[in-house]
Design a protein around this ligand. Structure first.
Ligand code: GAP
Length: 462
C-alpha cells in the first residue's frame, strides 16, 4: 500500500513536469531547494483554485471583504506578533553527514507523537527517549545533535543600505494574516462593515522550512488563502463552528471525496489559541494538514494595539458596548490545495483497449475547458473553420487549439491535463454544420450544432 502511494506521488510529480504544471525552481542551475515554479497549465490551475476560494469567501458573502497587503511590512509587526521570538521549528543535525532535519518529523516517522508547538525541552526529552530508533534518512547514522529551535522567518536587506543589515533585519512575511490585522481599522473605517465581518487575502508567504520534501506540500515560498473573521467574544463558538462547516463543504464542492478528508484537533495549542482544528487530506504520504481553522481570541489585535499605541476597541453603536474583537481564522495554502486536487483527479484507465492517464478535475478547476481540433492539419478547409470556432469560443472559455498528431494522441494529451471537452471539426462538419464533442471522463462523443456550441458549453461547464 505504502509503495503504491509512493508510486502515485512519483507519477504525479512526473506528469506535472511533463505536462507543464510544476517545474523545480532554477533547474538549469541545479535547482533551488523547496521552491517551485508553475508552468503554463499550473498557473491556470492555481488561478482557478484562487478564483473558487475568492468566490466562496467574498463574492457569495455580504460581510467578507478583500485585501491585498504588501509582502514587506515594518519589522515591528513581526516582533508584536511573536514571530521574531517564537516562530520556530525544532532542528537537529546528523553528526555524520550534517543533514539538517526537523525533529518532530523524525519522531513522527517512528510513530512518536510530537508537535512543532512543544517547547525545546519537551521535544528533546521525547527525542532522548527514542534516539536508538531514529536513523538519518540520508546516511542511516544514529548520531544527532540535541534539538534546538530554529526561527523560520526569512530576512531581507530591503531599505537598509548600511552594509550590516543583520542588525535591523526586515522580514518577508511568514503568514499573510498579519497584513490583515494591521489593516483592521482601515477596513472598518472605509468599507461599511460592522461586526461580525471578515477580511480575506490571497498572497505569498515565506518560511525557512528546515526540511524540503514532499514536492509542493511544504515549500519555502508559497501562497496562502487566509480569512480573518472579527466577532464579539461571546460569539466565538458559534462563528468557529460555522467556519469549520463552511470550509469542509468547500472541499466537497470541489469534488473531494469525503473519505479523503478528516479533522485533526490540535492538542498542544499555542498559548493564545482557544481552539484549533486542521482539515487533513489523504495525500500519498498520509493524512496531512491541508487547512487550519483557528480561534485566535483577541491576541492579535491586542498585541498590535499595545505595540503600536493604537486603540483597536470596537464600539457597538446599538448596545454602546466597547470590546476588542475576537478572531476566527481560516488558512490554507494554494500549493496544498493544488496537490490535493491533483491526487484526487489522477487516474490510470483502460478504455477500449487503450491505456490512458486522465486528470478528472472538476471543470471549474481544469486549466483548459475546451480543446478545438481540425480533423487533419493539411486540409485548409478544416483548419480555417476549426480556427473560427476556436476564436469564437475563447472569448468566453479557456480554449486550446491543437492540430498536431492524430486525434487519439490529441485526446490523450488533453486527458492528461484534465480538459473536460474536445471538439473536432471534420469533413461532415463542412456539410452538416455540426462538430464532434468528446467528453473526457466517459470518452463518449456526440454531434453538436456549431450554432449551439456556446449554450452547450455554458451549461456543461457550469
Ligand atoms: N496564519 C496561520 C498560519 O499561517 P499555518 O498552519 O502555519 O497557519 C496555514 O499555515 C496553511 O498554510 C497550512 O494549513 C498550509 O495549507 C499552508 N502552509 C503553511 N506552511 C506551508 C509551507 N511551507 N508550504 C506550503 N504551504 C504551507
Amino acid at each position: 500500500m505504502k509503495k503504491e502511494k509512493n508510486d502515485l506521488m512519483e507519477k504525479i510529480i512526473s506528469l506535472t513536469k511533463r505536462r507543464g504544471f510544476v517545474f523545480p525552481s532554477s533547474e538549469i542551475y541545479g535547482g533551488f531547494a523547496a521552491v517551485y515554479d508553475l508552468g503554463p497549465y499550473g498557473v491556470e490551475l492555481a488561478n482557478n483554485i484562487k478564483k473558487e476560494w475568492w468566490r466562496s469567501m467574498t463574492q457569495l458573502r455580504d460581510n467578507v471583504v478583500g485585501l491585498d497587503s504588501a509582502i514587506f511590512m515594518s519589522p515591528k509587526i513581526w516582533e508584536a506578533s511573536g514571530h521574531v521570538k517564537g516562530f520556530s521549528d525544532p532542528l537537529t543535525e546528523c553528526r555524520k553527514c550534517h543533514t539538517r532535519l526537523r525533529l518532530d518529523t523524525l519522531l513522527e516517522e517512528i510513530d512518536v507523537l510530537a508537535d512543532e508547538k512543544m517547547s525545546e525541552e519537551e521535544i528533546n526529552k521525547i527525542f532522548d527517549a527514542n534516539r536508538e530508533k531514529i536513523k538519518c534518512p540520508s546516511c542511516g547514522a544514529k548520531d544527532f545533535t540535541s534539538g534546538r529551535s530554529f526561527n523560520l522567518l526569512v530576512q531581507s536587506n530591503l531599505g537598509n543600505f548600511t552594509g550590516d543589515w543583520t542588525k535591523e533585519p526586515v522580514y518577508l512575511r511568514g503568514e499573510t494574516c498579519q497584513g490583515i490585522y494591521v489593516n483592521y481599522k482601515n477596513v472598518l473605517d472605509s468599507a461599511r462593515v460592522r461586526i461580525p465581518f471578515g477580511i480575506a487575502q490571497i498572497g505569498k508567504a515565506f518560511r525557512n522550512e528546515i526540511t524540503a520534501r514532499q514536492f509542493i506540500f511544504r515549500t519555502r515560498e508559497f501562497e496562502q488563502m487566509e480569512m480573518q473573521y472579527f466577532i464579539h467574544p461571546d460569539k466565538t463558538k458559534e462563528a468557529y463552528n460555522y467556519w469549520r462547516e463552511a470550509r469542509w463543504q468547500f472541499y466537497l464542492d470541489l469534488g473531494f471525496k469525503p473519505e479523503n478528508l478528516k479533522w485533526h484537533q490540535h492538542e498542544n495549542l499555542v498559548f493564545y489559541a482557544k481552539e484549533a482544528y486542521d482539515i487533513e487530506y489523504n495525500f500519498p504520504f498520509g493524512f496531512k494538514e491541508l487547512e487550519g481553522i483557528h480561534a485566535r481570541g483577541d491576541y492579535d489585535l491586542t498585541q498590535h494595539a499595545k505595540s503600536s499605541g493604537q486603540n483597536f476597541e470596537y464600539l457597538d453603536t446599538i448596545s454602546g458596548e466597547k470590546f476588542v474583537p475576537n478572531i476566527v481564522e481560516t488558512s490554507v495554502g494554494v500549493g496544498r490545495t493544488f496537490l490535493a486536487a491533483l491526487c484526487e483527479a489522477y487516474r490510470e484507465e483502460n478504455i477500449g483497449g487503450d491505456e490512458r492517464i486522465v486528470l478528472a478535475l472538476p471543470p471549474r478547476l481544469a486549466p483548459i475547458k475546451i480543446a478545438v481540433f481540425p480533423l487533419l492539419k493539411n486540409k485548409p478547409d478544416l483548419v480555417v473553420r476549426a480556427e473560427e470556432i476556436y476564436h469564437s469560443l475563447r472569448q468566453k472559455f479557456r480554449c486550446e487549439f491543437d492540430d498536431n498528431g492524430n486525434i487519439g494522441k490529441r485526446y490523450r494529451r488533453q486527458d492528461e491535463i484534465g480538459t473536460p471537452f474536445c471538439l473536432t471539426f471534420d469533413f461532415d462538419s463542412l456539410d452538416d454544420a455540426m462538430v464532434t464533442v468528446r467528453e473526457r471522463d466517459s470518452a463518449t462523443q456526440e454531434r453538436v450544432k456549431i450554432s449551439d456550441l456556446d449554450n452547450y458549453f455554458s451549461s456543461r461547464l457550469s
